[in-house]
Ligand binder design. Structure first.
Ligand code: ADP
Ligand code: MG
Length: 307
């Protein structure tokens, strides 16, 4: 036991590794797509930390790099540069067999198109059983886990139905069950409500919350719908392949939503993106003046300085 009066020997001053206590670490992640004529920088030095047990939304306009990021975290795509690590697995130099194991056991994935998450000729029970069967889980354990997952996600009544006999919301909830079958640490969902009306979308969000709170998965949801920040405690915005701002919600209760506060993200080099409205309002362009003003930092136009 270490009491308050006990002096520990001085530890050598050493900066802990970036994100050493995070479950998901993206450190200066770069993904460049090379086509015949052009080079697209889908991720441009993206930093992101997600802690164990979080439920996080990533929002951004179409083309901002959201799907690319999820593909990297899913172990489907490899970054061009930078570091990505999930639950202690370094994704950049994973061997092929490690990658198979990683995709099977460490992450679960839910796509936008509910039909593509399922198999047309398999019932909900059969499709949830499939990943466990591939992983070699004993039959009895599989049966039990399948029943449990369908029940927890509110789709027991779909057990013997095929996708075409389910609603879009039911299909997505079964898809979440499939993704969670092998007990992954992280559940990744790419626009999981993109094809659903808002009421059904609520139902799928509730299922994702259940995955997070009752089934213990860390959940990362990607969407172009900024309204999801009402659904989660933390929303990270991506702009041009980088994280640019975060909205944190605090004090939510079952009865009333708490308050939401928006923050800009500062990277490790100290870079902050100033929103376009601010830049335009004050004519901030290539050069600005910075001043430390007691408890805050001022950014001013260099207009008066320009000759
Ligand atoms: P989002 O999911 O936010 O809409 P994406 O990650 O799909 O964005 O795409 C980011 C950028 O990368 C876009 O400009 C897109 O056109 C480009 N991109 C995505 N996938 C590929 C690919 N396989 N080949 C070439 N460019 C791609
Ligand atoms: Mg996308």
């Amino acid at each position: 036991m270490v009491g308050p009066g006990l002096a520990l020997p001085d530890a050598p001053e050493r900066e802990p590794e970036f994100g050493h206590d995070a479950l998901v670490v993206c450190d200066n992640l770069v993904r460049i797509y090379q086509t015949e004529s052009v080079e697209v920088q889908a991720l441009q030095g993206l930093d992101l930390l997600v802690h164990d047990g979080e439920m996080l939304a990533i929002v951004g306009a179409s083309g901002s790099g959201k799907s690319t990021l999820l593909q990297v975290l899913a172990g489907v795509d490899a970054p061009t540069a930078g570091r990505a690590s999930v639950a202690g697995h370094e994704l950049v130099d994973m061997s092929r067999s490690e990658r198979v194991r990683y995709r099977r056991h460490v992450v679960g994935f839910v796509r936008q198109q509910s039909a593509r998450n399922l198999v047309p000729y398999l019932t909900a029970s059969q499709v949830v059983d499939l990943p466990m069967s591939i992983a070699g889980t004993p039959r009895e354990e599989r049966r039990e886990r399948t029943g449990e997952l369908l029940e927890t996600l509110g789709v027991t009544h779909c057990a013997d139905r095929r996708p075409q006999e389910m609603s879009g919301g039911e299909q997505q909830r079964v898809a979440i069950a499939v993704a969670l079958a092998n007990k992954p640490r992280v559940l990744l969902a790419d626009e999981p409500t993109g094809e659903l009306d808002s009421e059904t979308a609520q139902e799928v969000f509730a299922a994702l919350r259940t995955a997070n709170q009752q089934l213990g998965a860390t959940v990362v949801i990607v969407t172009h719908d900024a309204a999801v920040s009402d659904q989660v405690a933390r929303t990270v915005a991506i702009r041009d392949g980088r994280t640019s701002s975060e909205v944190l919600r605090t004090g939510d209760t079952a009865e009333a939503p708490g308050s939401a506060e928006e923050y800009a993200v500062m990277d490790r080099a100290g870079r902050v993106q100033v929103p376009r409205e601010f830049r335009e309002a004050l004519d901030l362009t290539r050069r600005v003046r910075l001043a430390l003003a007691g408890d805050h930092v001022e950014i001013r136009s260099d207009r008066g300085d320009r000759a």
